[in-house]
Design a protein around this ligand. Structure first.
Ligand code: ADP
Ligand code: MG
Length: 302
């Protein structure tokens, strides 16, 4: 991939997004809209599949990709959707967040990507949450990236291995690693939609132009159906002016693409991760669980 950067006029984003932060010269009102219409309850499903595949992408680490994957996935499962979560980061944090020790596994996404005789059904694990399954990963996945480089159709490897089970699920969420390398390109090629979690912090917008550029290239060269479903503001602290300003800036930069749902910063999320449970079962009545249930409704409505 290209080095991180921004060429004026090339990207969808307004130029100030390149160096991120609060846009120079843009008034940030710090007023967050509270008048948005209520999000409808999703209709119950009478049958399942084929799955809508969604990549959770931001090449920045620590922005809430993994937390959002497990929390949104569990919330969607709570609405009766059959959900498959794909751990596509060699760190295996999504697997850990679901109580799985990825280093003890014989079969992971790595085997699927590199061994023709390995079937996705042999690797999928059920979780303690009804309707929620996991394709786990561990550090082996970093070797898959190297091995894939020399293959024909290298960007299509993940899509190929997921294809046989898409009819069994309603939603597949792919938790990407913090990079725009070949694994993330595979996730974008396998998906119909992208969710961009973004920390409500000073440098939140740094690198987003490059991300948008990558999504645009995947759309034109590999996967014409790919769309940005939404930008999710995470780790928001309503008590600080700073957080409100950054959110306002993100809303000005992305308009309707920003989800109405904003995820507040709360220690409940790291606590749930340590417990190996989604927030919706770890602290079902918490505001964090509420927020991801609302996000689930928003995603289903988009
Ligand atoms: N809304 C939140 N409030 C507080 N901590 C959070 C929140 N979301 C995520 N975290 C914590 O921040 C860290 C990074 O989040 P994570 O989801 O792993 O980000 P990423 O996958 O983008 O690297 C983790 O320790 C996680 O528990
Ligand atoms: Mg992660």
């Amino acid at each position: 991939m290209e080095s991180e950067g921004f060429e004026p006029g090339e990207s969808i984003a307004d130029a100030p997004a390149a160096d991120g932060v609060l846009f120079p010269g843009v008034e940030t009102s710090a007023v967050v809209s509270t008048t948005a219409p209520a999000i409808p309850e999703p209709d119950p499903l009478t049958s399942h599949g084929p799955a809508r595949v969604i990549a959770m992408v931001n090449q920045k680490g620590g922005v809430g990709k993994t937390t959002s994957t497990v929390s949104l996935g569990a919330a969607l499962a709570g609405y009766g959707r059959r959900v498959l979560l794909v751990d596509f980061d060699p760190q295996g944090a999504l697997s850990v967040a679901l109580g799985v020790n990825p280093n003890e596994l014989d079969l992971t996404v790595y085997n699927l990507l590199t061994q023709a005789d390995c079937h996705v059904g042999d690797v999928i694990m059920s979780t303690d949450v009804e309707n929620l399954d996991l394709l786990p990963s561990n550090i082996d996945l970093s070797a898959a990236e190297v091995q894939l480089v020399s293959e024909v159709g290298r960007e299509h490897a993940l899509g190929r291995v997921l294809a046989p089970v898409l009819d069994e699920y309603d939603i597949v969420l792919i938790d990407c690693q913090p990079s725009l390398g070949l694994l993330t390109l595979n996730a974008l090629t396998a998906s119909s939609g992208v969710i961009i979690p973004m920390e409500t912090e000073y440098f939140a917008l740094r690198g987003v132009a490059l991300l948008q550029d990558t999504i645009q290239k995947v759309t034109s060269r590999l996967n014409p159906g790919l769309q940005i479903i939404g930008v999710l503001a995470t780790m928001y602290d309503p008590r600080t002016l700073h957080s409100r300003e950054v959110l306002s800036t993100v809303q000005q930069a992305f308009g309707d693409q920003v989800f109405q749902t904003v995820i507040n910063r709360t220690v409940k999320f790291p606590d749930a991760a340590v417990a190996g449970e989604p927030i919706t079962t770890f602290a079902p009545t918490s505001s964090g669980a509420d927020a991801y249930r609302q996000l689930a409704r928003e995603v289903l409505a988009r």
